[in-house]
Write a protein that binds this ligand. Structure first.
Ligand code: NAD
Ligand code: TDX
Length: 332
């Protein structure tokens, strides 16, 4: 049983990862419990893990925890594009400086690292092509969020080449599933309808995302940890592309509302048009394929989860919508 240090393990993807990882590993979670982190996400495995409340920007703490680990799985990040547009500072602190401290510690103790990243580092694809990002696509980030994640990827690559640390990177497409914060498109839309409101679509809603279930993302991460080649990058994506308008219409339909029951609001500045990945390398080398290939059915399960877990999201919903309203009026 190897010892895993999971940064950001109280967030959406990290918590789903930890809930499964405890079957095979001794897990320590390091999480700052920002607005996006929630100890309740780890309640099902609370007795099976060590939880450390702390910041990856705290070099001494990171050093002590990495020293005791065999593997670090680095999920911790500020993750929301809209927040990064309003205040980029925490994105630089956590995503860039925090990753630097993780890298320095794994270098010191020769600990294996897997760095979790995003397809947003590649910028946007045009709408009218079938082109997809590959591991060779040039980095071209648009937002402070994606630029900070791109910076963290570059740091990991540099530490791998210059210092020979044992690291891998994955860049995944948009995730959905249980425990996702209500600021993100899918949970925001679902919880807005469940509370009697109308979902907000930015601009005309033609922007396309590739929706990958969080369990498929984490399955890919497990395979990379087990069989991935050190120094390599793997792209992860389900192939399930949908426009934001389509996603919103499907949520409304699955909740028994008219498909046009949403509002179009001011567009996100610098809004990337389309993301789509080629995960051929992951599929060929590591035998990965997504299990959730029926997006509507995955969405229906996700809707059921949010229906059943209103106490989990009710408070965050109010705070999130207040923040969106304040941001919107600051912009107009
Ligand atoms: P999230 O915002 O739900 O969770 C982030 C977690 O990190 C939270 O628990 C938070 O408390 C913690 N955290 C933030 N700053 C920290 C700090 N300084 N020190 C310690 N912990 C800190 O994010 P998520 O959606 O679960 O994303 C996890 C990772 O996956 C991120 O690296 C993100 O860039 C990447 N990613 C996300 C998606 C997606 O669709 N959500 C897709 C591809 C990649
Ligand atoms: O209310 C909304 N209305 C809307 O039209 C919200 C919250 C979003 N949108 C649009 C913006 C995007 O085109 O929906 C799309 C998805 O938005 P988000 O859920 O904010 O995700 P995105 O910006 O695509 O980034 C996500 O995927 C990549 C994650 O937040 C990142 O952490 C990940 O790296």
């Amino acid at each position: 049983m190897s010892r895993l240090l999971v940064t950001g393990g109280a967030g959406f993807i990290g918590a789903n990862f930890v809930q499964r990882a405890v079957r095979d590993h001794r897990v320590t979670v390091l999480d700052a419990l920002t607005y996006a982190g929630d100890r309740r996400n780890l309640a099902p495995v609370a007795d099976d893990i060590e939880f450390v409340h702390g910041d990856i920007g705290d070099a001494e703490l990171v050093d002590r925890l990495v020293k005791q680990a065999d593997v670090v799985v680095h999920f911790a990040a500020e993750s929301h594009v809209d927040n990064s547009l309003g205040d980029p500072a925490p994105f630089i602190w956590t995503n860039v400086v925090g990753t630097f401290h993780v890298l320095e510690a794994v270098r010191r103790y020769d600990v294996r690292l897997h760095h979790i990243s995003t397809d947003e580092v590649f910028g946007a694809l045009p709408l009218d092509t079938t082109s997809r990002f590959t591991e060779e696509t040039r980095y071209d980030p648009s937002s402070p969020y994606s630029a900070s994640k791109a910076s963290s990827d570059h740091l990991v690559r540099a530490w791998t080449r210059s210092y020979g640390i044992a690291a891998t990177i994955s860049n995944c497409a948009n995730n959905y599933g249980p425990y996702q914060h209500v600021e993100k498109l899918i949970p925001r839309g679902i919880t807005t309808v469940l509370t009697g409101g109308r979902p907000k679509v930015y601009g005309t809603g033609v922007n396309v995302r590739e929706w990958t279930h969080v369990d498929d993302h984490n399955d890919a991460v497990r395979r990379i940890l087990r069989d991935g080649r050190i120094g390599e990058t793997y792209l992860i994506g389900s192939g399930q592309e949908r426009s934001n308008k389509q996603v919103t219409e499907t949520i409304l339909r699955l909740l028994g509302k008219p498909a046009d029951g949403y509002d179009q609001v001011a567009d996100r500045p610098g809004h990337d048009l389309r993301y789509a990945t080629s995960s051929d390398k992951l599929r060929t080398e590591l035998g990965w394929s997504p299990r959730h290939v029926d997006f509507d059915s995955g969405l229906a399960d996700t809707i059921a989860w949010y229906r059943e877990h209103e106490p989990w999201w009710a408070e965050a919903k109010v705070a999130t919508e207040q923040k969106y309203a304040a941001d919107q009026s600051a912009r107009s």
